[in-house]
Design a protein around this ligand. Structure first.
Ligand SMILES: Nc1nc2c(ncn2[C@@H]2O[C@H](COP(=O)(O)OP(=O)(O)OP(=O)(O)O)[C@@H](O)[C@H]2O)c(=O)[nH]1
Ligand SMILES: [Mg+2]
Length: 219
């Protein structure tokens, strides 16, 4: 009987210690920056450049990467969420505690702009990320679309979604975004408490200073 009590006490203690020290907990050690964006936009390459200063060959991710980056004199926890729809709920659940969201876009992949806009609409209308950086990646490619064009495509799509969702009266959890009566513009998000910046560059050629500047600012 004594040994049964001993087992009942020891097993929970072992489990608690295991989860505390050995399991890969998703709670960040430092202020967290979340990297999101459509599949193939370069999130994992950016993750490795920031956390390990290397650029391994990547394939479409099947798991979330989380690690520490030193930015200037500060430390940040970087979380790379795969672009596949399956991970959308993980992305949304991380937003409340994260310090900043980086939305990475493959500037050569025009069809993916729609997915990026859908994600941004979902994020803006259901959560309150305070600081957002939209980074138009792969500018080293000759066919890359420029920031102005991408910004216009994104805001047009968000405006379309906004109109559809406003007429859906069953969708009570969604909050209105942008300025009422005006076409959606990212700068209007400031009135919703969200600061959105848009920059371009190339992670592969190490031309991503706006990203490190953004992280340093928000952590
Ligand atoms: N030319 C160019 N290629 C890049 C750049 N950044 C990333 N890539 C390439 O784009 C491809 C996709 O990059 P990943 O980092 O795996 O993309 P991801 O966003 O993590 O994709 P998922 O994991 O599927 O969500 C890889 O072949 C990278 O080498 C860039 O700035 N320029
Ligand atoms: Mg990836």
């Amino acid at each position: 009987m004594d040994s049964l009590y001993l087992i009942l006490i020891i097993i929970p203690i072992i489990l608690i210690l295991y989860f505390k020290f050995f399991s890969k907990s998703s709670s960040p050690k430092h202020p967290e920056i979340v990297i999101s964006g459509p599949s193939g936009s370069g999130k994992t390459m950016l993750y490795y450049k920031l956390t390990e200063n290397r650029s391994p060959t990547t394939v479409s991710s099947l798991k979330i990467n989380q690690g520490t980056a030193t930015i200037g004199s500060k430390l940040a926890t970087i979380t790379d969420i795969p672009g596949h729809n399956y991970f959308q709920k993980n992305l949304l659940s991380k937003l409340p505690r994260s310090k900043g969201l980086i939305m990475l876009i493959d500037s050569t992949d025009k069809p993916s702009f729609k997915k990026a806009a859908e994600d941004l609409f979902e994020i803006f209308s259901t959560h309150n990320p305070k600081q957002v950086l939209i980074f138009c990646n792969k500018q080293d490619q000759p066919l890359a679309k420029k920031t102005l064009m991408i910004e216009s495509e994104l805001s047009t799509e968000i405006e379309r979604l906004r109109k559809i969702k406003v007429s859906d009266l069953t969708d009570t959890l969604r909050k209105p975004i942008g300025k009422e009566g005006e076409r959606f513009d990212f700068c209007h998000m400031e009135e919703n408490g969200v600061l959105v910046e848009i920059f371009e560059g190339s992670v592969e050629t190490n031309d991503f200073e706006p990203i490190t500047r953004f992280i340093e600012k928000v952590i």
